[in-house]
Design a protein around this ligand. Sequence first.
Ligand code: GSH
Length: 204
Amino acid sequence: MMMLYATPLSHYSRKVRILLDLWQLPYQFVDIGNVTNTDQDVFAGNPLMKVPVLVDGSQWIIDSDIIAQYLVEKYDPKDRYRVKELDWARLNIRAVMNGMMQEEVKLILAKRTGVPIDQYEFFHKSKQVLSQGLNWLETNASNFDSKNPGYLEFHLLCLWEHLDFFHFIDQSLDLPQLRFIYHELSQQPSIQKTSFHLLRRKKT
Ligand SMILES: N[C@@H](CCC(=O)N[C@@H](CS)C(=O)NCC(=O)O)C(=O)O
């Protein structure tokens, strides 16, 4: 059986988990625990010490988007969720969301390891990216297809719910379209299965 090294609260991993659930592909979820760990073996040998990592027989694949591509090639050649789409506007949106996820990880891991983030300009930029990113996504929201959601829309779901979970959504921002799309997507049972809201607030 495939093994996915991840954590229940990893937004990058959740993108892959949603695809696996939609395709009804069984896999073993290996919770690696705290991602601040510095033992490469805990991350299934990933030298970057990040999750997700997929092990499928002799195949070892890192990085959520590459894992998604691998899975589509092997299990969904028709690419029902448009993982391999080449629509430049939508790919830019994916890049923005992946970048925002990275800034969020930076903030969370800094806090978790005792860095006083409010004291450093470096982290102010990360917070600014989160607010600007949300505004930019709202402006570009017509590119999302909430009636026929695919990999792009799953990025938004994972990003939004994670930001919400960690209280990174600036409530003064006006984001009606993003809220609507999130709400529509979050109703789907296959998506609810991996909801962060099912988890208690814990350090994983
Ligand atoms: N580009 C990678 C990013 C993976 C990533 O940053 N994962 C986070 C958890 S959501 C992590 O493991 N962070 C540990 C660290 O940065 O030290 C991907 O798409 O898989």
